[in-house]
Design a protein around this ligand. Structure first.
Ligand code: NAD
Ligand code: MG
Length: 370
């Protein structure tokens, strides 16, 4: 029996790499359903290649309710959520309520709605296996000891294209500069998030939600080579790390098949060429977004939903060249300061998300007129 996989966001960076993994392992996996945002041409090409009937290859930009419906498909064993942004939330909840394995790339849904997602997981008996490379690394490192023996989690960050620059030097960077990521080829939103270190901030919150470790015990270290993806330090001082060359097909394959590993290597290291691996602390003064994410995580409630929603709007505005790069952190901070609340039900999260977007749009508008 092959495992059925639903690929949500199949036309994106993660989605296409997941289909590449599945195509190489057709004896183990088959594709049950596919969704994309607007790229219908690629979606129908994929549906044809993987034998997915037209009614199960859906463009969800116009039919967002389809995402959750497809995540509940009874033929699916694994739901890969590779949609970008808060739009992925209904699928995350639906997959877990239906008792599926959720291979989670869409970190924004977990960050916005951690407690609600945890409830869905408990109610439906679903499980989350992270696709994000750092969290996949930590998931692997955690196998080396007991949960009670974990001293801290260490997330590595490439530092993005602006590592080492000062605030003054970053005042005039362009969209093209910010999209030039040194080590990973990814979608535009996460690439901008990597340039501001908001991606690492979101990942700190993601690690807290996935592994139940408090914010004082999730650290970030800048490691420009992106070879060490994550580390766990245990109580006796031992640090276990996971290393591989940057290739998302490794964590995607593990999320699909866990606890089994793929039989073929992606990103295996050639030690004769890997060279020097370096580590340095992040510059929280210049990369304010990382500090804001820690603050939002510690505040709890809807603060993480507000952080993520304001960031989505600010990044969109930066990509549209309406605001400066440095304004991304300013918009997020302004919206966070406007207030947050408690987030026990999905309705709380939806309301907080909506209000944060409204406030962020107003902030963007003001800045683009200035
Ligand atoms: P991407 O922009 O390349 O792809 C996004 C996919 O989602 C596309 O298929 C798009 O059509 C679809 N989509 C966009 N808006 C949608 C909407 N409103 N409703 C339904 N579908 C929609 O993005 P990506 O780089 O593949 O990232 C996807 C997710 O994975 C993000 O949450 C990102 O943070 C996470 N992630 C990505 C990488 C990476 O290497 N690309 C690594 C770690 C985590
Ligand atoms: Mg990551």
């Amino acid at each position: 029996m092959t495992r059925g996989v639903v690929v949500l966001g199949s036309t994106g960076s993660i989605g296409t790499q997941a289909l590449d993994v599945i195509a190489r392992h057709r004896d183990d996996y088959h594709v049950v359903a596919l969704t994309a945002g607007r790229n219908r041409a690629l979606l129908s090409e994929q549906a044809h290649a993987f034998g997915v009937p037209a009614e199960l290859a859906v463009s969800c930009a116009e039919a967002p309710e389809q995402l959750a419906a497809l995540a509940r498909n009874p033929e699916a064993d694994v739901v890969l959520n590779a949609v970008v942004g808060f739009a992925g939330l209904p699928a995350t909840i639906a997959a877990l309520e239906a008792g599926k394995r959720l291979a989670l790339a869409n970190k924004e849904s977990l960050i916005a709605a951690g407690p609600v997602v945890a409830k869905a997981r408990a109610a439906g008996g679903g499980e989350i296996v992270p696709v994000d490379s750092e969290h996949s690394a930590i998931w692997q490192c955690l196998r080396a000891g007991r949960h009670t023996e974990v001293a801290r989690i260490i997330l590595t960050a490439s530092g993005g294209p602006f590592r080492g620059r000062t605030r003054e030097e970053l005042a005039s960077v362009t969209r093209a500069d910010a999209l030039r990521h040194p080590t990973w080829q990814m979608g535009e939103k996460i690439t901008i998030d990597s340039s501001t270190l908001m991606n690492k901030g979101l990942e700190v919150i993601e690690a807290h939600e996935l592994f139940g470790v408090d914010f004082d015990h999730v650290d970030v270290v800048v490691h420009p080579q992106s070879v060490v993806h994550g580390m766990v330090e245990f109580c006796d001082g031992a640090t276990i790390a996971q290393l591989s060359m940057p290739d998302m097909r490794l964590p995607i394959g593990l999320a699909l098949g866990a606890p089994d590993r793929l039989p073929e290597p992606f990103g295996a290291i050639d030690w004769s060429t890997v060279g020097t691996l370096t580590f340095e602390p992040p510059d929280l003064g210049t990369f304010r977004c990382l500090a804001l994410a820690y603050e939002a995580g510690r505040a709890g409630g809807t603060a993480t939903a507000v952080l993520s929603a304001a960031n989505e709007i600010a990044v969109e505005a930066f990509l549209a060249e309406r605001i400066a790069w440095s304004a991304i952190a300013e918009v997020v901070e302004e919206v966070l300061n406007a207030g947050t609340g408690s987030a026990d039900e999905v309705a709380d999260v939806l309301a907080a998300d909506g209000l944060a977007r409204e406030r962020a749009r107003a902030s963007v508008q003001r800045r683009s007129e200035a």
